[in-house]
Write a protein that binds this ligand. Structure first.
Ligand code: DQA
Length: 142
């Protein structure tokens, strides 16, 4: 079945490629977007890939996913650990939600171990770099 997948990225992920490459890898966000689009196209799906440094943008886009997206992949970045607003927006959705982190947040500082978002996630992928986004797409296959 053809799916519309919304992929959202939080703050500072626009800097991927040059931002702490030893932690986040050398893939750019644009490269990840292109890899996701190519993978989705092979499955006959469409992808809407977005990034914002603003919490409110992410909340609005999650709200707009109701009725316009069949699945959501989200890397909320630092908002993972702080945002009840993003959690609340996600709790309203009745589509699969996959939370993705490039780094293994559980291996890092203590403040990264807790995710508000996981409470609303169907599944969580962390620590596998950019490949995590493609694994999330694969997980959405019926
Ligand atoms: C991240 C992990 C977060 O702790 C961090 O704030 C990010 C990126 C990741 O993809 O590994 O910005 O979500």
């Amino acid at each position: 079945m053809s799916k519309r997948v919304l992929i959202l990225n939080g703050p500072n992920l626009n800097l991927l490629g040059t931002r702490q490459p030893e932690v986040y890898g050398r893939d750019t966000l644009d490269g990840i977007a292109k890899a996701c689009a190519a993978d989705a196209a092979k499955r006959g799906w469409s992808v809407d890939f977005r990034q914002s440094n603003m919490e409110g943008d992410l909340v609005t886009w999650i709200q707009q996913a109701r009725g316009t997206a069949d699945a959501l992949i989200i890397n909320p970045a630092a908002f993972t650990h702080t945002s009840v607003a993003i959690l609340d927006a996600l709790l309203v959705l009745d589509i699969p939600v996959i939370e993705v982190h490039l780094s293994n947040i559980h291996k890092r500082e203590e403040f990264r171990h807790h995710s508000f978002v996981s409470r609303a996630a169907t599944g969580v992928i962390a620590g596998l770099g950019a490949k995590g986004y493609l694994l999330a797409l694969a997980a959405l296959e019926d």
